[in-house]
Ligand binder design. Structure first.
Ligand code: GLN
Length: 246
């Protein structure tokens, strides 16, 4: 019997810039190579919510994209909050990271409330924070990616950043050297890239957590992983680690 993992891709029509859809592809591919059967549910405004959810992946978007989804997002707020509190692994990039926080005041002065999963608030500024970025994370080692945002995010006291950036990099706000946030199994980050192909440790954290929660353990052998799949995963991991040395 194949072991299914259900993944929600959150608002892929409006929240998917700078290659964020690559995160969904990476999860799909790696799950399959671990022997699982990935089932991806694209969720856009007005869609039905899938019956079973093991993992949620959300991307970034322009301020206009964030405004487009906000009403529907609030219809799903209670559900998302309870899934997050219950330990569902989630990855929210940039625009959705901001909306998982408390609010985002855009550079034109309008205010979008967030759903408050992450104790953080964001204020838009004229100068965008753009560039390649390396951050140092206790949980995942060095994380590499690309940021492009106007919003400066400030974490509330006690909220764990995903990592820290060097003095010459920006990250959450360009001031306190933090980048992203981690609350329970929810990861919020400004890292586009796509993030997951370059940072398999984060992909594997999401996969492992999803499998443990659904099947009691992360066990590729029990999921039916073949020798050829294991070898292919090794090959991909080598490519990723070589790319990280550049
Ligand atoms: N619109 C938001 C900002 O500029 C998010 C941008 C993004 O997702 N890259 O801060």
């Amino acid at each position: 019997m194949s072991q299914v993992i259900d993944i929600v891709s959150l608002y892929p029509k409006d929240m998917n810039i700078y290659g964020d859809s690559g995160n969904v592809l990476t999860i799909q591919r790696r799950l399959a190579l671990y022997g699982y059967e990935p089932r991806v549910h694209a969720y856009n405004q007005g869609d039905a919510w899938p019956e079973h959810v093991d993992m949620i992946l959300g991307g970034g978007g322009q301020d206009t994209g964030q405004k487009k989804i906000i009403d529907d997002f609030f219809k799903r707020a209670d559900l998302l909050r309870s899934l997050a509190a219950g330990g569902t692994p989630m990855l929210m990039i940039c625009g959705l990271y901001q909306l998982f926080g408390e609010y985002f005041e855009t550079v034109d002065g309008s205010r979008l409330d967030g759903i408050g999963v992450i104790g953080a608030y964001t204020v838009g500024q004229e100068v965008r924070m753009i560039g390649n970025l390396t951050e140092h994370s206790a949980d995942f080692g060095d994380i590499i990616g690309y940021e492009n945002h106007s919003g400066q995010t400030f974490l509330r006291e006690g909220v764990q950043p995903l990592g820290t950036v060097d003095a010459d990099s920006t990250g959450n706000n360009g001031e306190d050297h933090t980048e992203g946030a981690r609350v329970n199994n929810v990861i919020g980050t400004y890292m586009h890239g796509s993030l997951l192909p370059k940072n398999p440790a984060i992909a594997d954290f999401l996969i492992r957590t999803a499998a443990e929660r659904r099947y009691g353990s992360f066990d590729p052998a029990a999921a039916g992983q073949t020798e050829a799949q294991r070898a292919e995963l090794d090959r991909i991991n080598t490519i990723a680690s070589n790319a990280r040395r550049v």
